[in-house]
Design a protein around this ligand. Structure first.
Ligand code: FAQ
Length: 315
């Protein structure tokens, strides 16, 4: 849009144009974006932890190099996203303080443990697979800086998804023990991956949720259940190719709907994990806070260096 263009927020949304940081926007829109983008950024940096757990134990130099690159990508995603949030008038340090104080969330999925090497494959295949399904539509979200950040993030996530699939492909064609390891990881990650899309579209949680307003604002392009169904439809044939059984006796093709039917998600578990009572919530948070405290000297040094550069450029 041309500089000085004063098209109103409602017109921009109605014409499916992007809202940019300097545009007028309703306070609710700004706040909901801060919440979502911060939660997304926090998920990226907490999401590094379960995988980083396996860097020292990756089964070959090649696997180690790939995993280090993936974990670095997630850190990069966190940084783009914190920067996107900062365009809304908040500060990254303030968002991190809220995360550490338990006042902002990160994705439920990262509260599950990575018990074996196959879990690194399952995270790539299922967790990155679900993340892409959710994030590709965000490339068209109404807030410019968030939508643009998502383009590169999605390209990198697609690579992550393929590396996870390939880890499982190799294990699924390995020894009996390796096949069992791959199956066990899929058994443990399948249901939590389905929960990543958030609460159902109907029922009490949906009444209190953000979907209707976020769709009207062009932040969400599809509902949680629609994206979950797309993910199931994409993933079942991949599982068949891998020779891995998905742990759901109700999973069957529905000719009438043209979709895979699937069983009931344990929503009690989802809300329990969100409230902090998942298998790894306490460990993830205490490690994150410790890393933040250990990094004080790095932030101080970076600030001192930036101040020195700024004062030199004034001379
Ligand atoms: N976990 O009404 P809705 C990744 C909360 S990135 C925790 O549906 P909304 C990359 C929600 O915040 C994964 N909380 O809300 C990677 C809300 O809470 P509130 C992260 C959840 O915002 C891979 C309440 O429930 N991706 O994996 C979850 O319209 C591998 C009601 O829900 C993103 O953040 C959940 N799963 O839709 C990294 C994508 N679901 O405010 C490392 C961007 C819902 O009432 C390794 N976010 N809640 O207290 C979104 O698209 C949306 O925010 C949704 C939720 C779809 C997650």
């Amino acid at each position: 849009r041309a500089p000085g263009d004063t098209t109103s927020f409602d017109d921009l949304i109605a014409r499916d144009l992007r809202i940019e940081p300097r545009d007028d926007m309703p306070e609710g829109y700004r706040q909901t974006l801060i919440r979502q983008i911060a939660q997304h950024a926090h998920s990226e940096i907490i999401g590094m932890r379960p995988e980083a757990n396996w860097i020292t134990r990756a089964p070959s130099l090649r696997r180690k190099a790939i995993l280090i690159a993936k974990v670095q990508d997630e850190a990069g995603h966190g940084l783009y996203l914190y920067s996107a949030a900062e365009t809304l008038g908040v500060d990254k340090a303030e968002l991190l303080d809220k995360l550490h104080a338990g006042r902002q969330k990160y994705s439920s999925i990262f509260n599950y443990p990575t018990l074996t090497w196959a879990d690194v494959g399952a995270i790539g295949w299922l967790v990155d697979g679900a993340a892409i399904m959710n994030q590709v539509p965000l490339c068209r979200c109404s807030y410019g800086p968030y939508s643009r950040a998502m383009i590169r993030v999605c390209k990198e996530e697609s690579f992550h998804q393929r590396q996870g699939f390939e880890i499982l492909w190799v294990l699924a064609r390995g020894t009996e023990e390796q096949r069992a390891m791959a199956q066990d990881a899929a058994n443990r990650w399948w249901w939590p991956a389905l929960m990543m899309f958030g609460p159902e579209d109907s029922g009490e949680a949906a009444q209190q949720g953000h979907t209707a307003q976020n769709m009207a604002w062009g932040i969400k392009r599809f509902s949680n259940d629609d994206l979950r169904q797309k993910f199931v439809d994409m993933t079942v044939p991949q599982a068949q190719k891998l020779g891995i059984a998905l742990p759901d006796p109700d999973l069957r093709w529905n000719d009438e709907r043209g979709h895979w039917d699937f069983g009931q998600i344990d929503w009690e578990e989802f809300w329990r994990v969100l409230k902090g009572d998942g298998p790894c919530n306490a460990e993830r948070m205490s490690n994150r806070i410790r890393a933040h405290e250990d990094g004080v000297w790095v932030r101080e040094a970076a600030n001192a260096y930036a101040a020195k550069q700024a004062s030199r450029s004034k001379e």
